[in-house]
Design a protein around this ligand. Structure first.
Ligand SMILES: Nc1ncnc2c1ncn2[C@@H]1O[C@H](COP(=O)(O)OP(=O)(O)OP(=O)(O)O)[C@@H](O)[C@H]1O
Length: 241
């Protein structure tokens, strides 16, 4: 589903590599967690995966499509929700959702059913006719999430998705992530919430100072640092080395 090959990024302002030769892949039907301390390179990596930043080196392949050679085709397979979603403020929630569904060519009947389902799930039915500029941070995040789910992406990419969500919405989002994987779709997300990663992810990669320092299933990560260790302990031990 997603292959990241020798991916690097050096910002023109900085001398050091923000992302340094990353290699990993996300399989069909898998939830993949991307963990790392502040400034480790998570957002930079995600922006390269979704085609918002040009890599200095390396490749991103989405469903066998090189995202630098065929940006639009690659984008059809993904949805991305950034950590601070910038949804079109002047639109009403419903206008935004219709706009996104039309961009992706979602059929009317599918659009109606999916909107109804996700608006109910994320308690946004009452707010959908209000202007987005009147929404709270969490509500903006939820309308962005709903918009991102309308075209049933093969790969759902989320940067810090739990930040700003109330417990019920956070729980529901985790359920959505699980159900996407049961349908053979994939999820890639960054998080600082280690308990979420531990419970939810099939595989995890830990990035520190631009480099992946460990990746694998929870069992494989535990084998690196000791059988009994929680992800928190493994994370702290690996990132403080
Ligand atoms: N536009 C930019 N120009 C120059 N340097 C940048 C830019 N964006 C990020 N960086 C640098 O790249 C490195 C990685 O940043 P990035 O935002 O990818 O980290 P992150 O893991 O997402 O961090 P956080 O968890 O704090 O959000 C940092 O050293 C940061 O200062």
């Amino acid at each position: 589903m997603l292959k990241v090959n020798n991916l690097s990024k050096t910002y023109s302002k900085g001398n050091t590599k923000a992302v340094d030769n990353l290699n990993f892949s996300v399989k069909k039907g898998e939830i993949f967690g991307f963990l790392g301390p502040n400034g480790a390179g998570k957002t930079t990596t995600i922006k390269m995966i979704v085609g918002l930043l040009k890599p200095t080196d390396g490749k991103v392949i989405i469903n066998n499509i090189d995202n630098q050679k065929n940006v639009l085709q690659a984008k059809r397979h993904i949805s991305y929700v950034p950590d601070k979603p910038e949804v079109l403020d002047k639109l009403k929630g419903i206008g935004y959702l219709n706009f996104i569904a039309d961009v992706y060519g979602v059929k009317q009947e599918d659009k109606r059913k999916r909107m109804e389902y996700y608006l109910e799930l994320f308690s946004m039915k009452d707010a959908v006719n209000d202007v987005i500029s009147s929404y709270s941070h969490g509500m903006k995040q939820k309308i962005a999430l709903i918009g991102a789910l309308l075209h049933e992406p093969d790969l759902f990419i989320l940067d810090e998705p739990m930040v700003g969500l109330d417990p019920k919405s956070s729980y529901n989002l985790k359920e959505v992530m699980r159900s996407r994987c049961e349908k053979g779709k994939s999820v890639f997300f960054s998080t600082h919430v280690l308990e979420v990663a531990e419970k939810l992810c099939d595989r995890i990669a830990i990035i520190n100072k631009g480099k992946i320092i460990a990746q694998g299933t929870m069992e494989e990560l535990r084998a690196l640092e000791g059988e009994e260790n929680s992800l928190e302990k493994i994370f702290l031990e690996l990132t403080e080395k």
